[in-house]
Write a protein that binds this ligand. Structure first.
Ligand SMILES: *Cc1c(COP(=O)(O)O)cnc(C)c1O
Length: 232
């Protein structure tokens, strides 16, 4: 068995165990295989194992990978999980099912503008900086509710939920995941269409079990499936 195949199976098993422990349905948690810095051949290998959901962080790398002959035309569901500047928004619309890393009203406005211009619809998550680390992207938690009043009005795009990257400190991560879940609940109370606000993208290789315990609906796993990344 290849290491990608055993990595995937191991993660599926651990998701299931964490879900059962949390009293949740394992199928309510989706696994995003994060393939950034990894070659198209490794994505193809995971695809051939039956995996369909992949996440990429770097725009140029993503655009090249999706049109690689090994992957082009396959029914892959791509998610963009990296930070996106306004001037890059145009290039991902229509190519990904979900954009995870929007953290400013201005970027969401640009997403809305470009989606309208291209006659498309885009779905996105708001990235929240729940750890307060200055090195992290993400909107401050106390700004989210007032920002959402604007976000809810923007045409051609739909806010589907929240995303965070927890601090590496294993003792704080669960609290940060819980904070994100509570914020989503507050957002749903204020939303015109709360049923659309259902996603919590949280948890990575080192902390996804805690995220599942706190209600993650999408976890983003790179290293534990594809191995360590070199520097890009
Ligand atoms: C790279 C990355 C991941 C995957 O991290 P691992 O620790 O390798 O599982 C998840 N989310 C985001 C936003 C990333 O950039």
């Amino acid at each position: 068995m290849s290491s990608i195949s055993s990595g995937l199976q191991d993660i599926y098993r651990r998701i299931e165990a964490a879900a059962v422990e949390a009293g949740r349905e394992p199928a309510s948690i989706r696994l995003i295989a994060v393939s950034k810095t990894k070659p198209a051949g490794m994505v193809r290998e995971a695809f051939d194992e039956g995996h369909r959901l992949f996440g990429e962080s770097y725009l140029q790398e993503f655009l090249e990978k999706r049109s690689d002959p090994l992957l082009e035309g396959l029914p892959i569901e791509w998610h963009f999980i990296g930070h996106l500047q306004s001037n890059k928004i145009r290039s991902v619309i229509g190519k990904v099912a979900l954009i995870h890393g929007i953290d400013k009203i201005s970027t969401a406005r640009e997403l809305s503008r470009q989606a309208q211009r291209q006659n498309l619809h885009a779905e996105y998550l708001l990235e929240v900086n729940t750890s307060g680390e200055s090195t992290k992207y993400g909107m401050a938690p106390d700004e989210v509710l007032s920002a959402a009043e604007t976000l809810f009005t923007l045409p051609a795009i739909t806010l589907r939920g929240l995303m965070n990257i927890a601090s590496p400190d294993a003792a704080s991560a669960p609290k940060e995941f819980r904070k994100l879940r509570q914020l989503l609940e507050q957002l749903r109370d204020a939303a015109p269409n709360p049923e659309q606000l259902s996603e919590l993208s949280m948890g990575m290789s080192g902390d996804f079990e805690a995220a599942v315990m706190e209600g993650a609906t999408m976890i983003r796993i790179g290293t534990a499936i594809f191995g360590a990344r070199g520097v890009l």
